[in-house]
Structures are given as C-alpha cells and as structure tokens.
Design a protein around this ligand. Structure first.
Ligand SMILES: C[C@H]1O[C@H](OP(=O)(O)OP(=O)(O)OC[C@H]2O[C@@H](n3cnc4c(=O)[nH]c(N)nc43)[C@H](O)[C@@H]2O)[C@@H](O)[C@@H](O)C1=O
Length: 308
C-alpha cells in the first residue's frame, strides 16, 4: 500500500476503534488516535485541528457514528442526521485539506439501503427509501459514502466505504438503546438471568433477519477489503443471514441460561429484513468469518460478563 506506514483512526475510543487500534498496531503500523479528547467532532474547529495537527498518514479510518438501537430510533432521526452528517462532512473536508495523500476508509451501514426482502447488492445503493426507524441515520451514512466518492473524484483522492454487518463484541456501549442489538439483547439477558427471570422476551418478530459479525471478523473484513478495493462503496459482510431468534438462543446458551423465549406483542420492531449481498467482496478477497455466533457470544460473555 502506498503512503506512510501510519494510520489515523477517527473514533479510536469508540466500539469499533477500541478493537481496531490494537489490531493495526499488531500489524506494526503506527496509529494516531483521534477520540473524544479531540472534542465534539460535529464542530468543524475540532476536526480541522485534529487532522491538521496529525502527522501525514497512509490511511484514515473514520469509524465515528452516533447510533441507537431500540424504539428510541423512531423519535430521533433528525438529531442523528444532524450530528452524523456534520461529523462526516467535517471529516471529508479535513481529509482533502490536510491529509489528501491518505486513503479514507470509512464504515457504513445496511441502513443506507432501501427496504428489501432480498439481499442488497451495491447496485441498489441509494435506490429507494430507507426504513423509517433509520431515515436520518441512513441518510447521514449516504452523505459519507457518496460524499467520499464526490471528494475523491473532484480532488483526486482515494477512498473505500465499507458497508458493515451489525457488530457485536467487547467495548460496545452497554446502555440498552446505545449498544448494537446483539449486545443490547445479551446485556438484557444477563441482567434478567441475574434477577431470576423465568423467561426471556425477544422483541419484535423473532424471524426478523440480520447479518451479525464478531468485531474481530469485521475488522479482518475491512482490512481485506482495503487491500483489494479502491474508490468503491463496498458491502463487506459474509452473506450469512441469521434470525433475531437465533441470536437470542445463542445469547442464552452463551450465558448458560435455559428459559423459554417469548415475544410480547407491541415491542420494538426494526426493519423486517436487512441483508447485504457481499458477493463481490467475498469473491475477490476470499475472506470468510472465523468466529461463529455462539463462539463469539461466549467470547463476549467471558470478556465482559465473567461469573454471571
Ligand atoms: C448497525 C445498525 O444497528 C442498528 O440496527 P440493527 O442492528 O438492525 O438493529 P435494530 O435496532 O433494527 O434491531 C434489530 C431487531 O432486534 C429486535 N430485538 C429483539 N430483542 C432486542 C433487544 O433486546 N434489544 C434490541 N435493541 N432489539 C431487539 C428488534 O425488535 C429489531 O427488530 C441501528 O442502529 C442501525 O442504525 C445500524 O446501523
């Protein structure tokens, strides 16, 4: 890869960043961390300062996002649009001004795609309305993805926008509305087990479909994609759908907790089906996940719920 053997990670102390930084250092790369200490990244002055002050890098990993899970999402899409779009636009502008030699590797979400009952290939990107629960969040990610392409084209820069699965693993936020749904569900199950509950409620329709990846697998996928692709909006998952019910069963198994699952009517339901078609990525890189759902949840339980 051309450019300095140095990476900047924006969002270094977030969920993905805290897992990514040690992985990059293990590869022998120097990592410049930009995190909460840099201030509010929706404020241009803070992003401008951080990327101007940083030494020249070969890659910028932009892994900052304000995201929510659960019912609250329906009510705060304006806020998620405003904050995330500002952060993304600030990063794009500071990239072209102060780090134009760097490849901008950013992370996207299946929320940017229209609702569909079929796996979504890249050709469907931006072609239709997003699910109402993510209308602002998804639009902000579109700003980042399409904005990266626009900046690269106008200013001769290089980017890769990786559309990810739903992640789980160590360092995710534990608050029930702030974790990704896998972590939120596991945390709720751990608390309810400790409280002696006799059943576990799976919200929404248990047959809801998602793609989930353990964070280490997703990081491997991003790095594999980075080696193989430039200037693309690229789906980077495993073509492996899973139901929310299967996630719940694996979470209970990882907690060694055996109770019946129930589904209360009226609980939060997100998009019924979210699947990327990652065939281009899988065919070209040969990447495959190494940690299956139950093994990944057991790792997470060992890391953060030992003894519960
Ligand atoms: C990365 C990605 O992360 C989020 O999207 P998501 O992962 O698809 O998650 P969701 O909030 O659509 O939940 C998935 C499904 O799961 C069911 N469900 C069952 N039991 C629990 C439960 O205990 N907690 C939660 N939160 N959901 C549960 C729930 O009914 C729902 O249908 C977004 O922030 C999105 O913006 C984004 O980018």
């Amino acid at each position: 890869m051309p450019g300095p053997e140095r990476d900047i990670v924006i969002g270094a102390d977030g969920f993905l960043g805290r897992n990514l930084v040690p992985r990059l250092r293990a590869e022998g790369r120097e990592v410049v961390e930009i995190g909460r200490a840099a201030g509010d990244l929706s404020d241009w002055a803070n992003v401008e300062h951080a990327l101007r002050a940083a030494p020249q890098a070969g890659r910028i990993f932009h892994v900052v996002t304000r995201q929510r899970t659960g019912a609250v999402q329906y009510d705060i899409q304006g806020e998620l649009l405003a904050i995330n779009a500002r952060v993304h636009l600030n990063v794009l502008e500071a990239w072209r001004l102060y780090q134009p030699q760097a490849k901008l590797v950013s992370t996207g979400s299946s929320c940017t795609y229209p609702e569909s009952a079929e796996p979504l290939p890249e050709a469907r990107f931006g072609q239709g309305p997003t699910h109402p629960s993510v209308i602002g969040y998804g639009l902000a990610k579109q700003v980042l993805a399409t904005g990266s392409a626009a900046y690269a084209h106008q200013y001769g820069l290089t980017f890769l926008h990786c559309v990810l699965a739903t992640l789980y693993g160590p360092h995710d936020n534990k608050a029930s509305d702030r974790s990704h749904f896998v972590g939120a569900l596991l945390d709720r199950a751990a608390r309810e087990k400790a409280a002696g509950a006799q059943q576990f409620e799976v919200w929404g329709n248990p047959q809801t479909v998602r793609e989930v990846l353990y964070v280490d697998d997703q990081i491997d996928a991003i790095l594999a994609a980075d080696r193989a692709f430039d200037n693309e909006i690229l789906n980077c998952a495993a073509n492996a759908p899973v139901t929310v019910e299967a996630v719940a069963r694996a979470a209970l198994a990882a907690l060694d907790w055996s109770v019946p699952l129930v589904s209360p009517p009226g609980s939060f339901q997100g998009a019924a089906y979210k699947m990327l078609d990652s065939t281009r990525f899988l065919d070209r890189t040969g990447w495959r996940p190494r940690i299956d759902l139950e093994a990944g949840l057991r790792r997470l339980v060992a890391a953060e719920y030992a003894g519960r």
